[in-house]
Ligand binder design. Structure first.
Ligand SMILES: NC(=O)c1ccc[n+]([C@@H]2O[C@H](COP(=O)([O-])OP(=O)(O)OC[C@H]3O[C@@H](n4cnc5c(N)ncnc54)[C@H](OP(=O)(O)O)[C@@H]3O)[C@@H](O)[C@H]2O)c1
Length: 267
C-alpha cells in the first residue's frame, strides 16, 4: 500500500449504532470509501457482520476491492438477532467462508481474533488461522481488544503480527501492552480517537477544535502505527486528513487535553 496515511476507516461508519450521526445512505457510504481510497486511507475495519456486508457491497459498487486493506473481526450474525450488535464468537472452521461471502471477497487482509482468557481455546483458534493463512484466505492475524498480560501468554510461534485496542486521550490502559507489542515488532492499531464521538459532545467546547486536538493526540503517539476512526459523512475524510497534517499538539493543546481528562475522568 503506497502513500498510506496513519488513518484507517472504522466499520461503525456503516451502521447506525455507536456514533453520532444517523446511518449513512449507500451512496454516502460509497462516497466515504472512495474519498478514503483516493486520499491514501486504505485500511478499512469491519467489526460486526453488518459492516462486512456493507463494505462488501460498497467495494463491489466502486470496483476497488484491490485498493483496500480489509480488517475483519469475529462478530457474527446470530439467528433471530440480525438487528442487534452481538458479542464476539470464537472462530470455528466454517466462519472464514461466511466472512468472505459477506465481504464479497476471496481474502481478508487482517483477520482479528478478539482476545479472551481461555488459553486452550485460543490455541485452537491459532491452529485454524494457520490453515486459513496457508490457504491464502487471510493474509495476517491480529489480536483485538488486547489488555493486561495477553501478550505474555503468547509463545514465539503464535501467528500474531498486529494488535488493536481502544486508545485515546481518555482511555490509555493499552499503553503498556502497546509498548510490549512494539518491542515484539507487531503493528499497533489504536481504535476510537473520539470515544465513539461521545467525548466531542461531552467536552462542550468548539466541536471541530476538540476533534482536531483529540485526533492529533492519538495520531501523534509514537506507539501507534495506525488510528481507526469512523466517519459517517464523506466530508469528515478531508477534515480528519487535514487534522493529521497539522502534526503534533502544542504544549498549550496538550495541557488542554489533560484538563478535559481531569474534568471528565479517564486515562
Ligand atoms: N471502540 C471500540 O471498542 C472498538 C472495538 C472494535 C473496533 N473498533 C473500531 O474502531 C472504529 C472507531 O471507533 P469508534 O467508532 O468507536 O469511535 P471514534 O472513531 O472515536 O468516533 C467516531 C465518531 O466520531 C465522529 N467524527 C469522526 N470525525 C469527526 C470530525 N472530524 N468531527 C466531528 N466528529 C467526527 C463520527 O461522527 P459521525 O457519526 O458524524 O460520522 C463518529 O460518530 C470503529 O468504527 C471500529 O471499526 C472500535
Amino acid at each position: 500500500m503506497s502513500n498510506q496515511q496513519k488513518l484507517g476507516l472504522g466499520g461503525h461508519s456503516f451502521i447506525e449504532a455507536l456514533g453520532n450521526d444517523p446511518e449513512a445512505s449507500f451512496e454516502e457510504q460509497c462516497q466515504i470509501v472512495a474519498a478514503c481510497l483516493d486520499n491514501g486511507i486504505h485500511v478499512i475495519d469491519t467489526t460486526f457482520y453488518q459492516e462486512r456486508v456493507a463494505l462488501g457491497r460498497v467495494l463491489q459498487e466502486l470496483g476497488r476491492r484491490d485498493e483496500a486493506h480489509i480488517i475483519a473481526w469475529n462478530f457474527f450474525q446470530h439467528a433471530g438477532q440480525t438487528d442487534i450488535l452481538v458479542s464476539s464468537t470464537r472462530y470455528e472452521a466454517h466462519h472464514i467462508d461466511i466472512m468472505l461471502e459477506e465481504l464479497s471477497t476471496n481474502r481478508i487482509d487482517t483477520l482479528v481474533i478478539h482476545r479472551h482468557d481461555n488459553k486452550e481455546r485460543l490455541l485452537q483458534e491459532f491452529e485454524l488461522v494457520r490453515q486459513w493463512l496457508a490457504s491464502g484466505k487471510i493474509k495476517r492475524v491480529a489480536l483485538g481488544m488486547v489488555k493486561g498480560d495477553d501478550l505474555l501468554q503468547l509463545d514465539a510461534s503464535a501467528p500474531i503480527s498486529c494488535v488493536l485496542a481502544p486508545y485515546n486521550a481518555f482511555t490509555r490502559e493499552a499503553e503498556a501492552i502497546f509498548i510490549d507489542a512494539k518491542a515484539r515488532g507487531y503493528e499497533v492499531i489504536a481504535l476510537s480517537p473520539f470515544v465513539r464521538g461521545w467525548k466531542l459532545d461531552e467536552i462542550g467546547e468548539d466541536k471541530a477544535k476538540v476533534a482536531d486536538i483529540l485526533l492529533r493526540w492519538a495520531v501523534g503517539s509514537e506507539l501507534v502505527d495506525l488510528v481507526i476512526v469512523s466517519m459517517r459523512k464523506s466530508e469528515w475524510v478531508a477534515t480528519n486528513l487535514a487534522t493529521v497534517q497539522r502534526g503534533a499538539l502544542s504544549d498549550e493543546e496538550a495541557l488542554q487535553v489533560e484538563g478535559w481528562v481531569e474534568r471528565l475522568g479517564g486515562k
